[in-house]
Design a protein around this ligand. Structure first.
Ligand code: ADP
Ligand code: MG
Length: 256
């Protein structure tokens, strides 16, 4: 089995690259040594037990959390070495689909979608904002929800609106935190298809955190599993899941 570092690509082809990434909270060493390479247009599924540091990893990549040690390069920039303005500009190129969708409950769908645009692209006129909202809503198949409140939406619809809200800034990287968790199988298939559609249409690269092996298999070009703060295995879905490592087997047996 390869480690991601050993499959490394030339620097200029990577949109995300980490080396020796470490992160602790007090005495809890969550990430001990994470090496990963993602090239343009590639989707990586990250698997691992609850509490293994998956969300922490993508929060570091998106600049929401700081690493303790190691290198984190995103779109050619070292994320903990750049100033606040450059970081803000970089973060606009990264779409974060939160596990709980993180919609603003007191705002309509339309307001949820216009918020990132109005905040980050102040020069846009009313018409351009309206057009951008219509475009992303149609992209996620929810044009009819424009004036609804988040509380009126199903779990799957909330997920889609959360994804639409990230697409409105035309991200180059997407980070999906458990995109199908808590959804029924048919809605999960819709979300998997949406992830693939986003990859194609926007030419995004993505990290998809999931416990759902169908989601990993359908949406990702390669998968990696975090065990004890580092990537235990990585490779294509079939390479990883023919491993006889107990951690990998447990995941497989649970899903199938
Ligand atoms: P998961 O793999 O389930 O997504 P997380 O990445 O959310 O796990 O968390 C990994 C570990 O780090 C957990 O034990 C969690 O409690 C801890 N942790 C995450 N964020 C923080 C934080 N901001 N402060 C302290 N501990 C944290
Ligand atoms: Mg998590």
């Amino acid at each position: 089995m390869n480690s991601l570092a050993s499959q490394s690509y030339p620097n200029n082809e990577c949109v995300i690259r980490t080396r020796g990434l470490k992160k602790s909270f007090g005495s809890l060493n969550v990430l001990k040594n994470i090496d990963l390479d993602i090239v343009k247009g590639e989707n990586l599924a990250v698997l691992g037990r609850s509490g293994s540091g998956k969300s922490v990893l993508i929060k570091i990549i998106s600049g929401l959390l700081k690493p303790d040690e190691g290198k984190v390069e995103v779109l050619g920039q070292e994320i903990d070495k750049i100033g606040p303005e450059a970081l803000q500009a970089l973060r606009m190129k990264i779409g974060f689909s939160f596990q709980n969708s993180a919609l603003y409950d007191s705002m309509s769908v339309k307001e949820n979608l216009s918020f990132p645009l109005v905040r980050n692209k102040r020069h846009l006129g009313e018409k351009e904002v309206k057009y951008a909202i219509e475009e992303v809503l149609s992209e996620v198949g929810l044009s009819q929800t424009l004036n609804q409140m988040p509380s009126e939406l199903s779990g799957g619809q909330r997920k889609r609106i959360g994804i639409a809200r990230t697409l409105i800034l035309k991200p180059e990287i997407m980070l999906y935190d458990e995109p199908t968790a808590g959804l029924d199988p048919i809605t999960s298939i819709d979300i998997n298809n949406l992830i693939l559609k986003v990859q194609k249409k926007y030419n995004t690269s993505a990290i998809i955190i999931t416990h759902d092996l169908t989601c990993a298999k359908k949406t990702a070009n390669k998968v990696a599993m975090i065990v004890d703060g580092t990537f235990l295995t990585s490779g294509s879905f079939d390479e990883v899941f023919t491993s006889d490592d107990e951690n990998v087997k447990a995941f497989y047996d649970y899903n199938f």
